[in-house]
Ligand binder design. Structure first.
Ligand code: URA
Length: 230
């Protein structure tokens, strides 16, 4: 929300007072004096007027996890361990997953409590590439790349998938880049050719690449540079 709107929504400030406070640079957002009425205030921002706290804010948290096989991309599951069980962090129930993976899919998983950030990463309109390493049961034919680039019709959602880029790595292995995250999308794309996916590993989501020093099941906080790249 814009800073001037955030301030005007407070019952004790009218628009004129808000304008004055901004001109006098008496408002601080995350410790910085701000005069710009368009400055973005988020639920995590700390907002103060002089020395009075208007919104305490809370720290935004961002983690990169190397998801192992046999683990559910959910916050709770009655039967299996979940990705949240792998995080030794306080208040893990505050975190959500930015882009789920199937039970046996491995690789890059991002967890955060910042909904705006995860939406930017996952919404199909943003067209951020999600890159997967794929191994299949049958050989990957020369017609796959063209079909994936054209898009495949998914009857259940009544949509055609966005163009995807397939690079063959071997007779049964490839790197696939897709810009959406439809339900079981990669498996369904190979399923179009009756070719079963045996191994699926996410390497990248937009600008974020799985850290190869993380073993399956390990995680680390994102760096500041990684957070602002999204
Ligand atoms: N596509 C799939 O089919 N499964 C995943 O886990 C991710 C993408």
């Amino acid at each position: 929300m814009r800073l001037d709107r955030f301030l005007s929504n407070l019952p004790r400030l009218n628009r004129q007072q808000v304008r004055l406070l901004l001109v006098e640079r008496r408002i601080r957002v995350d410790g910085q004096a701000i005069g710009d009425p368009h400055h973005e205030v988020r639920e995590f921002s700390r907002v103060e007027v002089d020395d009075e706290i208007l919104q305490a804010g809370r720290p935004a948290r961002y983690f990169m996890l190397h998801k192992p096989q046999g683990c559910v991309s959910a916050t709770r599951d009655p039967q299996h361990r979940t990705v949240l069980d792998l995080l030794q962090e306080p208040e893990v129930e505050d975190l959500h997953i930015a882009g789920r993976l199937d039970f046996n899919t491995t690789g890059l998983m991002l967890l955060t409590n910042d909904g705006q950030w995860s939406r930017r990463l996952t919404q199909p309109q943003a067209k951020l590439p999600k890159v997967y390493y794929v191994e299949t049961e049958q050989e990957i034919g020369p017609q796959y790349a063209e079909t994936f680039a054209r898009g495949l019709y998914f009857a259940f959602e009544d949509l055609t998938t966005q163009p995807a880029d397939l690079q063959l790595l071997g007779p049964r292995s490839a790197r696939l880049s897709i810009v959406e995250g439809r339900y079981h999308q990669v498996k369904r794309m190979f399923g179009h050719f009756d070719n079963k996916v045996l191994r699926l590993h996410r390497e990248r989501m937009g600008p974020l690449v799985l850290d190869d020093t993380l073993a399956p099941g390990e995680y680390r906080p994102l760096t500041r540079d990684e957070i602002i790249r999204v």
